[in-house]
Design a protein around this ligand. Structure first.
Ligand code: GUN
Length: 294
């Protein structure tokens, strides 16, 4: 069997088109232009690429885009000052502080300084808690993108065995929480999990979010499973350039799974698209208006 490719280009185009149409309605009907601010501290090359892509996508959707760059030596107080200014800015509805932050800046302190209503990353402890107990919340973009693709591919997820490999606050934990809310039977596997291949073989839905290139092999996958590869690993090529590969050994997995996301061209595109969707949601909630139906 050769797996169906879950094409992130198609899904992300759909999400971005919807956000663009909603922005047009918000502008014409309410005079409201959603605004997103992205804060980058330092010059990490991967973060610079993400931030550039986010700014471009925001502008393309017709939103206001603000980019704030701070030196790698910025203090925690300086980062917090920027966050406080953005919290108070009525033209900014979404704030994203790109991670990782330099070591002198406490990540939790910065994330929890963001107004939860403007927390389009969904990393604030209030949003994490609200999502966990089933209240309306800002949901982290990458897991949200994965869930959209899973629901479209599989329909009702109820009762399926889902294994999430990786327990980060950005992907693993919120992904598990979202799958639980869809009535999956969820296992979170991690570096201390015993017999990881056997745990993965029990998965109808396998989400890989560990950041280790090609770690998950074809014979770890249950025939007919749906595989979501969140890994974005940059590895050197023979010609001295680099290429991106996932956490799943794609060539092997594609022969076993029923459906799989490629890297690149899968989950990564959905992260940016969902950020736009979250910014529209945040702008509507702050203005006290219903999200436009499109
Ligand atoms: N770094 C890697 N992924 C993310 C993300 O989704 N949001 C933020 N803020 N930083 C990241």
């Amino acid at each position: 069997m050769t797996a169906k490719i879950i094409d992130g280009k198609i899904y992300s185009a759909r999400v971005r088109e919807k956000a663009g149409k909603q922005v047009a309605i918000l502008k014409s009907k309410y005079g409201l232009t959603p605004g997103l601010a992205v804060v980058l501290v330092g010059e990490d090359p991967a973060s610079q690429v993400y931030v550039r892509n986010k700014g471009k996508a925001t502008a393309e959707a017709g939103m206001k885009s603000e980019e704030i760059r701070l030196d790698v030596s910025a203090t925690e107080a300086e980062v917090l000052e920027v966050v406080h200014r953005l919290n108070a800015d009525p033209t900014i509805h979404g704030i994203l502080v790109q991670l990782p932050l330099p070591k002198q800046v406490n990540e939790t302190a910065v994330l929890d300084a963001i107004d939860p209503m403007k927390d389009v990353d969904g990393f604030h402890v209030i949003n994490t808690g609200r999502q966990a107990v089933g209240l309306p919340a800002m949901v982290p973009c990458t897991p949200l993108g994965c869930l959209i693709m899973l629901k479209d591919t599989l329909g009702d997820l109820s009762g399926l065995n889902a294994v999430v490999v990786g327990r980060s606050n950005i992907v693993g934990k919120p992904m598990a929480s979202l799958l639980l809310a869809e009535n999956c039977t969820v296992t979170i596997a991690h570096s201390r999990t015993r017999d990881l291949p056997a745990v993965c073989r029990g998965a109808d839905i396998l989400v890989a979010a560990v950041g280790r290139p090609n770690m998950i092999r074809g014979d770890w996958i249950k025939p007919g499973a749906t595989v979501i590869d969140v890994g974005i690993n940059r590895i050197p090529k023979e010609d001295g350039k680099t290429r991106l590969i996932g956490d799943v050994c794609f060539n092997e997995a594609v022969e076993v799974a029923a459906a799989i996301t490629p890297v690149p061209g899968g989950v990564g595109l959905m992260t940016v698209a969902c950020l736009l969707a979250n910014t529209v949601t945040a702008a509507c909630r702050q203005a006290g208006i219903e999200e436009p139906e499109v």
